[in-house]
Design a protein around this ligand. Structure first.
Ligand SMILES: NC(=O)c1ccc[n+]([C@@H]2O[C@H](COP(=O)([O-])OP(=O)(O)OC[C@H]3O[C@@H](n4cnc5c(N)ncnc54)[C@H](OP(=O)(O)O)[C@@H]3O)[C@@H](O)[C@H]2O)c1
Length: 312
């Protein structure tokens, strides 16, 4: 029997990579992986091809290339990478291209990797955090949420993702060594819980959604593995890394002023996680996440697997 093709955008990255590897690992499964990349010669693409993926070149900025890449597929995993350009408007334009290509190809199931619109959580005259890029509170959340509308009319599952624990090694957000030899990390999170997950598990959950057939079409699925305070995460890091890790809560304005690229954006994002803990946690279900991917790692399990990547 011919396998149903899933066109995986971002296959060389974290989310799409997790999905591509999940499809390829399930050799008796009903799906085949079409891995989409701008550069089939890169190592991550070649590794997928070596595991059996069909590589197809396409660019999110080029809708015609996406139409070709989606043609003949059953489904597509659609993700955009805000952090490559830091522009909410560009992210929306790329999402519009994805949706247009999905419609042109007549796909049977599309997963759009999205986040919530944080502007809905506070009134427009709320002064607790600045607007960024004129109209967003957290551009990489709000732009994705706005882009949900582009997928209307498609057989779509809106997948609301969570903070990757992998940011601790891949995004410079891990604990830093202080002068006294202990490790510290700073967030404007107060004592509130952060919705977290291993990046690889997002793709595995997406695979579960495709495998479930029509069950999640037309649905929004919010996922996270665990909801942990920074003190709880610090205690786990201390135990697993064998060094003392202490969390320092700072004010969101102070964090926004740190000056690294994206500090204002992340300051707003962590403040949303802090000030709207109930809403953010409530929009995600660890139970549904585990139903869709029973092997979803806990933070302790994630540390066992990835702690050597955290630079000390
Ligand atoms: N970090 C977090 O905690 C977190 C949490 C939730 C959501 N997110 C969201 O996750 C998104 C990024 O996903 P990720 O972490 O899986 O990405 P990633 O690991 O940084 O990799 C980026 C992927 O996007 C592809 N890509 C980027 N621009 C493209 C373009 N113009 N045309 C075609 N492909 C393009 C790249 O493919 P090629 O380079 O091979 O072409 C690559 O596969 C961001 O928008 C972010 O907001 C992140």
């Amino acid at each position: 029997m011919d396998k149903k093709i899933i066109a995986v955008v971002g296959a060389t990255g974290s989310q799409g990579g997790g999905l591509a590897r999940a499809i390829l690992a399930d050799t008796n499964g009903e799906f085949a992986c079409r891995a989409i990349t701008r550069d089939p010669s890169k190592e991550a693409a070649k590794a997928l091809a070596a595991s059996g993926a069909d590589l197809v070149q396409a660019d999110l900025d080029d809708v015609e290339s996406l139409k070709k890449a989606f043609a003949g597929a059953y489904g597509a995993y659609c993700v955009t990478n805000f952090w490559e350009h830091f522009s909410g408007d560009k992210e929306k334009a790329q999402a519009r291209n994805l949706a247009e290509a999905a419609k042109a190809a007549g796909l049977k199931h599309v997963i759009w990797s999205t986040l919530e619109d944080t502007r809905a959580l506070m009134s427009a005259d709320d002064k607790r955090m600045p607007f960024l890029q004129e109209k967003y509170r957290v551009p990489h959340f709000d732009a994705k949420a706005e882009a949900d509308a582009h997928f209307a009319g498609l057989p779509v599952t809106l997948l609301v993702t969570s903070f990757y624990w992998d940011n601790l090694y891949a995004f410079g957000l891990g604990p830093k060594k202080g002068e006294d030899g202990t490790y510290g990390w700073v967030f404007p999170m107060g004592d509130k819980r952060l919705a977290g997950i291993a990046a690889e598990d997002i793709g595995k959950v997406a695979y579960g959604i495709f495998k479930a057939g029509s069950k999640y079409i037309g649905k929004t699925v919010g996922i996270a593995s665990e909801f942990l305070t920074m003190d709880e995460m610090s205690a786990a890091l201390t135990k697993k890394l064998g060094v003392s890790v202490k969390y320092n809560a700072v004010d969101a304005d102070a964090y926004r002023g740190f000056g690294f690229p994206g500090a204002d954006e992340l300051g707003n994002m962590f403040q949303v996680y802090r000030d709207f803990e109930k809403e953010v946690v409530g929009a995600r279900s660890a139970d549904v996440t585990r139903e869709l991917n029973p092997s979803t790692l806990s933070f302790d399990q994630w540390l066992d697997k990835y702690k050597s990547k955290i630079a000390l």
